[in-house]
Ligand binder design. Structure first.
Ligand code: SAM
Length: 296
C-alpha cells in the first residue's frame, strides 16, 4: 500500500553489496527492507525496526513469506533504542536508513485518526505505549500550548486562530473525532485558505501527530544513535518529508562533520526525480541526506 520513496537512491547511496549488514530503522510495509534483502543476499543481514505493532506484524509475515526469515532480524520497537537493539542483537551495521514520518497505511487503513479525510477517533499514536493521544492534545492543552505546537510543528500561519477555535468548540463538547477537529479548523481560517492545493487541515494534523509521537525528539535521538553504532566507512541515509526533520538531520550532520566522525557522502540534499514525483505525489516533499562514518 505504501509506495517506497527514493528507493533507487537509498539502494545506491547505502553502497549495498552481498554480505553487508543493514538497519532499516523504519520498516513500515517493508518497501526498502525487501529491496535491501535482495541486494545483500543470504550472506548479509537486515535489522528491521518498526514502532507500530500492527504494521510490524503484517510486515514480519510478509518478509518471512518472501523467504527472508533467516536473513531478517525484525524488532517491534522505537529506533530511539537503536543502540541497545544493536548491542542485544550483536549487530554491527554497514549501513542504516531512516524513512521518517508516517506510512500511507496509517492514513488509509489504521483507523487511528491520522487523516483529515476520514471520520475516525482522535488517536494518532504509532504505538499504544505513547504517553499522549490526539484526543488529549486537542481537548486538554491550553490555548497557548496549542498555538505553539500548531505554529512550530505545523508551521501553520493561522495557528493562533485555529487554537482559539479548538478551545471554543471544545467548551461546548469535547472534540472526539477527526471531522469535529476539521470543522473547528475550518471555522478559523479565511475563505481563500480553504481553496488552496494543500488542505487547510494538513498542517494542524501534522503538528498534532508530531506532538503525540514526540517525533522531532525521536529523530534527534535516533540519528545520533545511528552515528554511534555505524561501522567505520558505513553509510547513513535519512529521508525526511518536512522541513523541521530535515533541519534536525542537517544540524546533527554539520556538528558531526565538524567533530570529524562523519563526512557527507553527497553534499546537500537528494530529491526525487520528476518521474517519481509524477508517479507518487507523496514523494514531492522528500529530501534525503547521506553521511559516511570516517572515525569510530
Ligand atoms: C515513511 S514510513 C517508512 C516506509 C518504508 N521505508 C517503506 O518503503 O515501506 C515510516 C515508518 O516509520 C515508523 N516509525 C515512526 N516512528 C518510529 C520510531 N520512533 N521507531 C521506529 N519506527 C517508527 C512508522 O510507523 C512508519 O511505518
Amino acid at each position: 500500500m505504501h509506495i517506497p520513496v527514493l528507493l533507487n537512491e537509498v539502494i545506491e547511496y547505502l553502497n549495498l553489496a552481498s554480505g553487508k549488514n543493514i538497519v532499516d530503522a523504519t520498516l513500515d510495509g517493508g518497501g526498502y527492507a525487501l529491496a535491501i534483502l535482495e541486494k545483500i543476499g543470504p550472506e548479509g543481514k537486515l535489522l528491521g525496526i518498526e514502532l507500530d505493532g500492527e504494521l510490524f506484524k503484517q510486515t514480519e509475515t510478509k518478509i518471512h513469506e518472501a523467504g527472508f526469515e533467516k536473513s531478517a532480524i525484525l524488532v517491534n520497537d522505537s529506533y530511539v533504542n537503536l543502540k541497545t537493539i544493536c548491542e542485544e542483537k550483536k549487530f554491527e551495521p554497514d549501513g542504516i536508513v531512516f524513512d521518517l514520518g508516517l506510512s500511507s497505511w496509517h492514513l488509509e487503513a489504521s483507523g487511528r485518526g491520522f487523516s483529515f479525510k476520514k471520520d475516525e477517533p482522535l488517536d494518532m499514536r504509532f504505538s499504544p505505549a505513547a504517553a499522549k493521544t490526539a484526543l488529549g492534545v486537542v481537548n486538554q492543552y491550553g490555548p497557548e500550548e496549542l498555538e505553539k505546537i500548531i505554529g512550530e510543528y505545523g508551521e501553520e500561519q493561522f495557528a493562533g486562530s485555529i487554537a482559539r477555535s479548538i478551545v471554543k468548540a471544545r467548551r461546548e463538547k469535547p472534540l472526539m473525532t477527526t471531522l469535529e477537529l476539521v470543522k473547528a479548523i475550518e471555522t478559523s481560517v479565511p475563505e481563500w485558505y480553504k481553496h488552496r492545493k494543500i488542505h487547510f487541515a494538513t498542517k494542524t494534523f501534522q503538528a498534532i501527530r508530531i506532538e503525540v509521537n514526540d517525533e522531532l525528539n525521536n529523530v534527534k535521538k535516533g540519528v545520533a544513535a545511528a552515528i554511534d553504532v555505524l561501522k567505520k566507512d558505513g553509510r547513513l541515509a535519512v529521508v525526511s518529508f518536512q522541513g523541521l526533520e530535515d533541519k534536525i538531520v542537517k544540524e546533527i550532520f554539520k556538528k558531526e562533520v565538524k567533530g570529524g566522525r562523519i563526512k557527507l557522502a553527497v553534499s546537500g540534499t537528494i530529491r526525487p526525480k520528476w518521474a517519481e514525483q509524477r508517479e507518487n505525489p507523496r514523494s514531492k516533499s522528500a529530501k534525503m541526506k547521506v553521511a559516511e562514518k570516517i572515525k569510530v
